[in-house]
Design a binder for this molecule. Sequence first.
Ligand code: COA
Length: 160
Amino acid sequence: MNKKKAIYPGSFDPPTNGHIDIINRGLTIFDTIVVSVIVNPSKDALFSVEERKEMLHSVYNSNPAVEIDSFEGLLVDYASQKGANTILRGLRAVSDFEYEFQMALMNRKLNPEIKSVYLMPSPEFTFLSSSIVKEVCSLGGDISCLVPTAVEKQLKKKFL
Ligand code: COA
């Protein structure tokens, strides 16, 4: 088991600068971060899993410390398969806490070997979510400082 490998799971529909902030902070702690898009057919997504992975690739193309992947099923099982014993998540505000606390404890119950680590993003990203970015873009607002350039391009393609 590689102690310095973390899984950063999420919907990433699409990835935002808030996600990038967490990944970049995580890279100061972990040797490798596997950014993994959840395959969740029951959640209506704007981007396909492949599109989301491509957008993440475009940000971390040349960084061997970041692996882009997708998963379905239990997160702890996936983490074990990847040889990772840490799940990385971001905590944007107190409102995230209850859900994250419940998830961390359930994951611990399912597999006590797997630890959850939480990082706080920069304050300028604490209000960000993928939905709010999609809404602003769909209404013609400027999202250039909220998402990576490749994501802005893809969002504009979807909405214009
Ligand atoms: N910056 C910006 N936005 C952020 C963010 C950050 N740092 N962190 C979270 N968000 C936003 C996301 O963009 C997303 O926004 P949206 O709802 O507008 O799309 C929202 O917060 C939810 O975050 P996300 O990371 O996508 O979480 P999720 O709740 O969709 O998925 C998983 C969380 C994948 C970790 C969880 O569903 C999971 O583990 N599933 C596997 C099944 C399992 O093992 N279940 C048992 C464990 S309890």
